[in-house]
Each structure stands twice: as structure tokens, then as C-alpha cells.
Design a binder for this molecule. Structure first.
Ligand code: MRU
Length: 358
């Protein structure tokens, strides 16, 4: 069962055959409408990622992996040169959809490297079939990683915690199934523990209000929605004992990019003596980057702020700055919860040790 609905998965490839297509929940329609869209060409997958119909770092990576297979479906299987040229074009095009979440590049590179390595060994048609298996493997692995993150995270949280805060959406909608940050809460709930989740609405696109609040309600988890600007007050009132968020890219030193506003929450948590945790799979680490300063931050359209969900809420002509992510410095992060274990304290050597990087 998915964390979103007993029948609907965030991402699906109906049937087993390579002639299939990608089906996803259009997250821009939630919570008002649960609508699925079919992606039968690369452009539709690219647009879905760009427009946040599918969003959340792991889900973007899985969608791109299936998108790569869709690209190969249209490649000429009788012309080796043309086939691999289409593979490269598909990789490059999907990689240009969004810049910050490293899972996108991680999944595309994994797909493309395998594809190239099979040249001469298998026929193009056989390679396309093998690539669908690989996309399915990425999908399945993410499911398993989220479950493991949930177990480690629920244990780390302990029984004493009564109130937690999360920002953006790091739930089933953002992953294959159980989520990263929300997997910690779902697992704690599965263990019979009771606690209260405060959900930042997450301006400007309201992933907290539209998606996290919806997922928590569906699971019967006690939750309260707050505006982002209320977090300090709620912390001061003593209602929060831990903060858990996801991440889009974590550098070698532990600096972590996540949805804009996460850094503010981490600063607030430190000011109130509350532990700030990140929950993320190993596919979210980019050890090629020495620090968070090197993480590319996506800047999105001004209209997301001036015309949030349709209505004009700012005067015409006002200058707008709309970075979609920020970077929380490692020293504000109490621990990073991964599928391989807990990174605590957060520093370069410990990251390499827990991730088993040699
Ligand atoms: O712009 P979005 O909605 O794709 O941003 C998503 C986030 O920032 C999530 O917190 C992050 O990707 C982790 S999802 C498990």
C-alpha cells in the first residue's frame, strides 16, 4: 500500500513490458483532486518534473529513470549510432529539468552508464528491456531505503518526543512509497507511539499544506498546520522537541540543501535547543561537492510569489527573488538519518564511515 492512497502509487509503470509508460499522481492538483497523468514521451516527463507534478528528490530520480526508458523506446534499434545518440540526448534533456536535487543526476547517470556499458554486448532492444529493469530496481531500492530510514529515525526520536516539526514534503509523494522524514513518523506510528506533528505550510508552493498535511491526515497522524513564520512561537511554547526534514543534496561536509525555509527552521531549532534532523537516502549525498556552497540552487519564477495559486497578491512591477532551496550548514544538523544508519555527529569522516565510502 502506498502512503498516499490504498490504490494510487506516486509513480507506476503499468504492466511489465518495455512498451509501457509512466503514470504519476499530478501533485500540483493535490489536495483538491487526486489526478493521475500518463507520460508516454520524454517531453511529458521533463515538463512534469519542471512543473513539480512529480517532486521531491527521490521521486524526481525515479521519474527520470523511467523517462530515460521512454526515451529509448523511440530510439532506432537498427542503428547503433542513432540509438546511443538518443540515449545521450534523453539523459541530457532530463538532467536539465531541475538543478538542485542530486537524485535526478544520480539516477540518470546510473541509467546512462549501464546503457553505454551494454553496447556491443546486447542488442538495442535487449538493452531497452534491461534499462526498464534498472529503472524498476531504482524504484524498489528507494522503497526499501525509505523503510530503513524510518526504522533508524523512529529509534533516534525516542519515546519522549511528543511534538515534532517538519518542513516541505518528504513523504510518500516525494519518494517511492514511505518517505524519508515522514517515514520516521509513519514508522513511529506503526510502533504504536503517539506524538503530534506540526507542519510548516512551506511557502511559496505550499508543499507542507497541500501534500504533507494531506499525507498525515490520510494516515491518521495527529497533525497541525502552521504558517512558516509561526515556527519560532510554537517552539517557544515548548510544543516541539525535534525537527525532521528531508534533503535534496548533501555535500561531503554534511551541509544539506532542502526546500527554502529549512535553514531558518534549523536556526530556530538551535536557538531553542531543539535537535534538527535530516532524513535522506544515500542517493541524496553528493560527495563530489566539498561544501554546500557548491550546491546549485534553483531559482523559480516570480509568479510563484506574486500570484500564488492563481490570485495576484503583490503589486505589478515589484522585484522578486525566488530561490527554491537553501543550504543548512552541517553544524546546525544534529544527525542525518540514512538507510545505512545514523550520521551523528555530522562531519566528513563520519559521513564516509556510515555510507561505507572508501
Ligand atoms: O521543490 P520540491 O517540492 O521538489 O522540494 C522538495 C524538498 O525540498 C524535499 O524536502 C526533498 O526533496 C526531500 S523529499 C524526500
Amino acid at each position: 500500500m502506498s502512503s498516499t492512497d490504498s490504490h494510487l502509487e506516486t509513480l507506476q509503470w503499468p504492466g511489465c513490458a518495455v512498451e509501457g509508460y509512466l503514470v504519476m499522481i499530478d501533485q500540483t492538483m493535490l489536495p483538491g483532486e487526486i489526478k493521475q497523468i500518463e507520460c508516454r514521451d520524454v517531453e511529458t516527463v521533463w515538463e512534469a518534473i519542471k512543473m513539480l507534478r512529480v517532486r521531491g528528490a527521490p521521486a524526481i530520480g525515479i521519474a527520470a529513470a523511467y523517462g530515460y526508458v521512454i526515451g529509448l523506446q523511440s530510439a532506432d534499434p537498427h542503428d547503433d549510432e542513432a540509438y546511443f545518440a538518443t540515449a545521450s540526448q534523453t539523459r541530457d534533456h532530463l538532467a536539465a529539468s531541475r538543478p538542485t536535487a542530486v537524485n535526478l543526476f544520480w539516477a540518470l547517470d546510473r541509467m546512462h552508464q549501464l546503457c553505454l556499458s551494454l553496447r556491443g554486448e546486447l542488442t538495442p532492444s535487449e538493452i531497452t528491456a534491461r534499462m526498464l529493469d534498472e529503472a524498476r530496481a531504482i524504484h524498489l531500492e528507494d522503497r526499501e531505503m525509505c523503510r530503513a530510514i524510518g526504522k533508524f529515525g523512529a529509534e533516534l526520536l525516542g519515546d519522549e518526543v511528543q511534538g515534532v516539526l517538519t518542513h516541505c514534503n518528504a513523504g510518500g509523494l516525494a519518494t517511492a512509497e514511505y518517505g524519508t522524514a515522514l517515514s520516521v513518523f509513519f514508522t513511529a506510528q506503526d510502533q504504536g507511539r503517539s506524538f503530534h506533528v506540526f507542519v510548516d505550510e512551506t511557502r511559496p508552493l505550499l508543499q507542507g499544506a497541500r501534500l504533507t498535511a494531506w499525507e498525515l491526515l490520510q494516515r491518521g497522524i495527529d497533525a497541525t498546520l502552521i504558517c512558516d513564520s509561526m515556527a519560532a512561537q510554537v517552539m517557544k511554547e515548548g510544543k516541539i522537541q525535534a525537527v525532521v526534514t528531508g534533503a535534496d543534496r548533501i555535500a561531503a561536509n554534511g551541509d544539506a540543501a532542502n526546500k527554502i525555509g529549512t535553514y531558518s527552521v534549523a536556526v530556530l531549532a538551535r536557538a531553542h535547543g531543539i535537535p534538527f534532523y535530516i532524513a535522506a537516502p544515500s542517493s541524496t549525498f553528493d560527495l563530489s561537492l566539498q561544501s554546500g556552497d557548491e550546491i546549485p540552487i534553483e531559482e523559480r519564477q516570480a509568479e510563484e510569489i506574486t500570484h500564488g495559486f492563481g490570485r495576484q497578491t503583490a503589486p505589478h512591477g515589484i522585484q522578486v527573488y525566488n530561490p527554491a532551496f537553501d543550504v543548512t550548514p552541517a553544524d546546525l544538523i544534529e544527525a542525518i538519518i540514512t538507510e545505512k544508519g545514523i550520521i551523528q555527529p555530522v562531519h566528513r569522516n563520519n559521513i564516509q564511515h556510515v555510507l561505507q565510502v572508501t
